[in-house]
Design a protein around this ligand. Structure first.
Ligand SMILES: [Zn+2]
Length: 135
């Protein structure tokens, strides 16, 4: 399969790796929006979190925690924004799951996750709940 992140995960294409284990690779984004902007990818190909095998979910999330700690210790930001662009509509550019860890610094001109979308529903959340889980 011709997947950029599969090739980075296997080492076929080099990257600025900051953490690696049997399941994941964490490397610096080549177009960082913040100092230390890191991507974590599973080494197996999965397009998104719904495509990720259950047994890989724990190791991937555990790596997110470890790498956040590594970044805290080394570059000491005031906070982090951690997230996934899932699907073209949300801005996913590479069809291989990647979790962004974005270090946050005072005055970085960023917002919270609430600033990503401005599309509040017209219905009350109780109705939304019924849509999702039934009555
Ligand atoms: Zn892939």
């Amino acid at each position: 399969m011709d997947c950029l992140f599969c090739k980075i995960g296997s080492g076929e294409i080099s990257s600025e790796v900051i953490y690696e284990d049997d399941h994941v690779l964490a490397f610096l984004d080549v177009h960082p929006i913040s100092l230390g902007h890191t991507l974590i990818i599973p080494k197996i190909h999965a397009e998104n979190i719904l495509d990720l095998p259950e047994e890989s979910v724990g190791p991937v999330f555990s790596a997110v925690r470890k790498v956040t700690g590594i970044l805290k210790e080394s570059i000491n930001p005031q906070g982090f924004t951690i997230g996934i662009n899932h699907g073209r509509m949300s801005g996913q550019a590479i069809d291989h799951l990647h979790i962004h860890i974005i270090p946050r610094f005072e005055g970085d001109k960023g917002g919270s996750l609430h600033s990503v979308v401005k599309n509040p529903p017209k219905e009350p959340v109780s109705v939304t709940r019924e849509r999702i889980v039934g009555r």
